[in-house]
Design a protein around this ligand. Structure first.
Ligand code: ME8
Length: 510
């Protein structure tokens, strides 16, 4: 793969970043870092969704003009993602002038092609979802997501001939098994396509809502927020020039939560068809986090703020938890107890301890000076190397399949192997025998190769820790990619150990 385009949903500015949006950002950031390290040209997009009823309402509650309100919240999103070390390449706002212009251009194009018409419509509208519901989609007459009774709205509007593209979309999904993944969400969309999808109402009269992108061929209307927001995935690339669009659009990997499968799996591809644009490559759908077993919500007061978790445990440990504790596509649960126990078991006891041990012995026995490897490469040394090289290959497969938890699990399994190697070689006993000094030097050199390789394998997952490991090994970034056995010239001096992940004492808290 020579280029990859990774996108997140554009988050509504009616709330600040929380556990859910942070998860979407952490998985996409991990992938972007992974692909960059693989040498792929990567474009990683995120941003904020700023128009529509919902935003107009919260701006009014905050007693601010819409633009002023969205400027503030969008800036807060950006600041928080920056504080979390998220390496997006472009941050788009749906209020950006180039985006507004692009949406209007597409509306013109689709209108001129005859796929937008004017008509009367009455329907049940959920403000929370910003969309009309059919009776069938409601649960006990309520929106299944917001548990509110939708409003009956009747008005004249513009409609997109979405139904016209239904068969083409179904054929595409049927012939591209991984267009929407995991499979459960693909089946969900195929089920939607078994019923008539109808046409999509894509305007709102200004008498009801002014906060939106004007419909270019009728000044009495603004554009429906989804028709506006979805186009960001193309408008952002186009804002960087046609060549950027040509390079990245065919490689588009959309990442979304399971709440917005319909807009991304049905509205968006049919819009692309009508606009004469190629479809995205994959729609990757992740599950929804609960908190201590409960749905996360402002009213329950159980939202988790990313910077608070970062302050508690560090960003890398938070990333580790999110990636290790969840299975992509399924609904994970956030528990304080599991956060701390993952940290203690994997990061403090396994990773942190291993690094401290290897570096402490190097310091104690050889004053930090790296000794030559064993010219004979005994079986144990080869097995250790092979275990890590195999792990690296496995990780490639896991990342390709979005199995982040398995990638990390395999790193921990390789570390277990390295710990057994220490026990088996027992350098702390051998050092007492003056004839075995050279072997001890070689064993410790192997351990440093483990630490160096860990720094490479963990780089997409734990970026801050990797910087620390590199500092401890006194290596330049380029040295991390050298083959096993070539990372350190004998005579190279490494630094004394540091406790990277101090154990969290759970008893003390009780
Ligand atoms: O839907 N667990 O924005 P939004 C996991 N503006 N992820 C969660 C989550 C949870 N509990 N809660 C939210 C919108 N998310 C539209 C998108 S795209 C052109 C427009 C994440 O602010 C997840 O990624 O409501 C979900 O899809 C997204 O936040 C919804 O964000």
């Amino acid at each position: 793969m020579s280029s990859v385009y990774i996108t997140t949903p554009l988050f509504y500015v009616n709330a600040e970043p929380h556990l859910g949006s942070t998860y979407t950002m952490v998985i996409t950031d991990t992938l972007a870092r992974y692909y960059r390290a693989q040498g792929a040209e990567t474009f990683y997009l995120t941003g904020t969704d700023e128009h529509g009823d919902k935003i107009a309402q919260v701006a009014a509650e905050a007693k601010l003009a819409e633009k002023e309100f969205t400027d503030q919240v969008s800036a807060a999103f950006r600041r928080i993602w920056d504080d979390c070390g998220i390496t997006y390449d472009h941050f788009i706002r749906t209020t950006d002038a180039h985006h507004v212009q692009f949406v209007q251009e597409i509306l013109h194009r689709v209108y001129n092609a005859g796929d937008i018409y004017f008509g009367k419509y009455g329907g049940l509208y959920c403000v929370g979802c910003e969309r009309f519901y059919t009776e069938k989609e409601l649960r006990d007459g309520k929106c299944p997501d917001h548990l509110t009774v939708p409003k009956l709205i009747e008005e004249e509007n513009y409609f997109f001939r979405m139904g016209k593209y239904q068969d083409r979309l179904r054929a595409h999904i049927e012939s591209h098994a991984d267009f929407i993944r995991p499979e459960g969400y693909r089946n969900e969309v195929l089920a939607m396509l078994r019923e008539p999808i109808g046409d999509l109402c894509i305007s709102r009269p200004k008498s009801r809502l002014t906060w939106g992108i004007g419909i270019p061929f009728d000044e009495r209307y603004v554009t429906y927020v989804w028709f506006d927001a979805l186009l960001n995935y193309v408008s952002a690339l186009k804002s960087r020039g046609e060549a950027t669009f040509e390079k990245f659009w065919p490689e588009a990997e959309h990442f979304i939560g399971k709440d917005i499968v319909k807009p991304h799996g049905v509205f968006w591809p049919t819009m692309l068809m009508a606009a004469g644009l190629p479809l995205y490559k994959h729609l990757n759908v992740h599950g929804f986090w609960t908190v201590e077993g409960q749905k996360m919500s402002k009213s329950l007061g159980n939202t988790v703020a990313p910077l608070e978790v970062k302050a508690q445990i560090g960003m890398d440990a938070f990333r580790y938890f999110l990636l290790r504790e969840s299975v992509f596509g399924q609904d994970p649960d956030f528990r304080q107890e599991s956060l701390v126990s993952r940290y203690n078991t994997d990061l403090a006891n396994n990773l942190g301890n291993f690094v401290s041990r290897a570096l402490a012995m190097q310091q104690k026995y050889f004053a930090g000076i790296v000794q030559p490897l064993d010219a004979d490469w005994p079986a144990e040394d080869r097995e250790l190397r092979d275990k890590f090289l195999q792990t690296e290959k496995d990780i490639d497969g896991f990342m390709h399949d979005l199995q982040f938890h398995r990638a990390l699990e395999s790193v921990m399994a390789a570390l277990d192997h390295a710990n057994r190697y220490i026990v088996q070689m027992a350098p702390f006993t051998m050092i007492k025998d003056p004839t075995k000094q050279a072997r001890v030097g070689a064993v410790l050199h192997q351990l440093l190769e483990v630490v160096r390789t860990l720094a490479r394998l963990l780089a997409p997952f734990l970026p801050d820790t990797v910087g620390e490991l590199r500092g401890l090994l006194a290596l330049e970034p380029a040295a991390l990619t050298k083959p096993w056995g070539e990372g350190f010239a004998p005579g190279h001096k490494i630094n004394p150990p540091k406790n990277l992940f101090p154990r969290i004492d759970t008893d003390a808290k009780k």
